[in-house]
Design a protein around this ligand. Structure first.
Ligand code: DX5
Ligand code: ZN
Length: 228
């Protein structure tokens, strides 16, 4: 797959019906999702627990697009191979999750997955400056991770700075947290190309009535395109 910096919408299944992930994924993809974002939380690095590699493996056959696994866990390294074997296309680890993010990125690449690094709101863009030649994605958190439905924290300056630092490298900038039709144009205009959205995609819809998912995805996309 060639590198593509056009805007991609990545619904987070954190806002899906946890009893029905397979059909929820089919519904969001049918309604226009570009990637599927999978939030793994351990109750230690973040104050919430979601699911692990076995769940990822179980939902993998339902994902026809891209499985984007966001690890909010510490330590990370002992679990990388399990998530790669579960079929993750991208595995993203937090720079704050341990002292050896360089080693973690090497291990993700060695597992065969594409490597991402995520930055909490309090972490500067410069923390990834020595990793940009070895990653495929930088995730800028626009909430403190742990829960869906939080208020967007403006990180536009950080995104702009990262976009400059990345230059021509084939590295995606992903935004995660509080993305909706109002906030999406800010970060897309600053250079982000992957927009994770949980509550703003899933609100108002269901597996039985998935059309609102499509309308919500289209609203984010057209807000970005209208601002371009
Ligand atoms: C936050 C997660 C996000 C979250 C986004 O810890 O990493 O992916 O689900 O949810 P919304 O779009 O509702 O802020
Ligand atoms: Zn996430």
């Amino acid at each position: 797959m060639s590198f593509d910096r056009t805007v991609k919408i990545a619904p987070s299944i954190l806002s899906a019906d946890f009893a029905d992930f397979g059909r929820e994924i089919q519904a969001i993809e049918a309604q226009g999702a570009d990637w599927v974002h999978v939030d793994v939380m351990d109750g230690h690095f973040v104050p919430n627990v979601t699911f692990g590699p076995q769940l990822c493996k179980a939902i993998r056959p339902h994902i026809k697009t891209v499985m984007d696994v966001h690890l909010m866990i510490a330590p990370v390294d002992p679990y990388i191979d399990a998530f790669a074997e579960a079929g993750a296309d991208f595995i993203t680890a937090h720079v704050e999750a341990g002292p050896h993010i360089h080693r973690t990125v090497q291990a993700i690449r060695a597992s065969g997955a594409k490597a991402g690094v995520a930055l909490n709101p309090g972490t500067p863009a410069e923390s990834v400056s020595h990793l940009l030649d070895m990653v495929d994605l930088v995730c800028v958190m626009t909430v403190n991770p742990g829960f869906g439905g939080q208020k967007f924290i403006d990180m536009t300056d950080k995104v702009r700075r990262l976009r400059q630092m990345i230059g021509d490298r084939p590295v995606h900038i992903e935004i995660d947290g509080g993305v909706d039709p109002t906030t999406a144009p800010l970060v897309a205009g600053a250079g982000a190309d992957v927009l994770v959205a949980g509550s703003a995609v899933f609100r108002g819809g269901s597996v039985a009535d998935p059309a609102p998912y499509g309308a919500n995805i289209a609203a984010i996309r057209s807000a970005v395109e209208g601002a371009a």
